[in-house]
Ligand binder design. Structure first.
Ligand code: C2E
Ligand code: MG
Ligand code: MG
Ligand code: MG
Length: 292
């Protein structure tokens, strides 16, 4: 019986693996078509100044709606796109579209201070990134300082000279470099002094239980201090509650991003949200001034 159960398990295991492999192949094929079919869109999530509650910038997050599968998470398809050589085209599309959106908002009188774009490490390995960034910014007439590229610790650990040169060139251009998911990658921090990084984003796994599990606060505090002592802007991601927001502010964190402020939204919904948010902040300011 035990043997049979074991064999069954093995059988199920294998079938499961098969399904995964098939799904992967299907998804890769679909991913190859997705750009040309216009299946990608962008969502935008605000990053907020914790002190003034004003908008700091927005992060562009890609969305893929497949005609049969519906929404597919970037957590699933971005790694696949990296493996099968499609990420360059996808990230290029995101860069161009998000910077163009920023310019459109501004032309329409919507004040958005800056745009943050996620950039795969794979994209850095291929030489034309800096030139593309330059072109995209020039075409949209967006100042380089209004663009942030969110990169990962994984990229910082590479020894490739081309990557180092690209980071330096982007910094020279005036683009801000931000370390996404800070604290989850490699433990070596030496890259922080070697690379022209301007910002740290504390990963949401640390922020998640900040107000529930006391062990998280010292860690978050330490990360904020690392950022502060190096003169970096610190952004906390995954802020879902006011209590977390208050703790972060008390510990010296400048910026927050998360469902507590807003979920990622499409461009139109973002404009509506911003209008309501600005009105609310102005109202609060008025009340604060009226206090004795
Ligand atoms: P990320 O860059 O760290 O983005 C933050 C993720 O956390 C987003 O998930 C966002 O929707 C989610 N999030 C924001 N606030 C909260 C919160 O309060 N609670 C919780 N539970 N989650 C929150 P999303 O959009 O599914 O993206 C996942 C990851 O996929 C991103 O993580 C990023 O690594 C990658 N990604 C997204 N768009 C792009 C892109 O255009 N290019 C590349 N290369 N990667 C992308
Ligand atoms: Mg990001
Ligand atoms: Mg992040
Ligand atoms: Mg993250």
């Amino acid at each position: 019986r035990a043997k049979q159960a074991g064999r069954n398990r093995c059988h199920f295991y294998r079938r499961d693996m098969n399904e995964q492999a098939v799904r992967r192949l299907e998804m890769e094929a679909a991913l190859r078509e997705a750009l040309d079919r216009g299946e990608f869109t962008l969502n935008f999530q605000p990053q907020i100044r914790l002190e003034s509650r004003r908008l700091y910038r927005v992060e562009a997050l890609i969305r893929w709606t497949h005609p049969r599968w519906g929404a597919v998470s970037p957590v699933e398809f971005i790694p696949l796109a990296e493996e099968c050589g499609l990420i360059d085209r996808i990230d290029s599309w995101v860069l161009e579209s998000s910077v163009a959106q920023l310019a459109r908002w501004r032309a329409a009188g919507v004040t958005v201070p800056g745009m943050a774009v996620n950039m795969s490490p794979v994209r850095f390995a291929h030489g034309d990134l800096v030139e593309q960034v330059r072109q995209v910014l020039a075409a949209a007439q967006v100042p380089p300082g209004d663009l942030t590229l969110e990169i990962t610790e994984r990229l910082m650990m590479t020894e490739e000279v081309g990557v180092h040169d690209a980071l330096d060139a982007l910094n020279d251009l005036g683009v801000m470099l931000s370390i996404d998911d800070f604290g989850t990658g490699y433990s070596s921090l030496s890259y922080l002094k070697r690379f022209p990084v301007g910002e740290l984003k504390i990963d949401r796994s640390f922020v998640k239980e900040l107000d529930i599990d006391a062990a998280n606060r010292p860690l978050v505090r330490a990360m904020i201090q690392i950022g502060q002592s190096l003169g970096l802007t610190v952004v906390a991601e995954g802020v879902e509650r006011e209590t977390q927001s208050r703790m972060l502010k008390a510990d010296g964190c400048c910026m927050g991003q998360g469902y507590h402020y807003a979920r990622p939204m499409d461009a139109d919904a973002f404009v509506d949200w911003l209008r309501a948010w600005d009105a609310q902040v102005a109202e609060q300011d008025k009340q604060n001034c009226a206090l004795p």
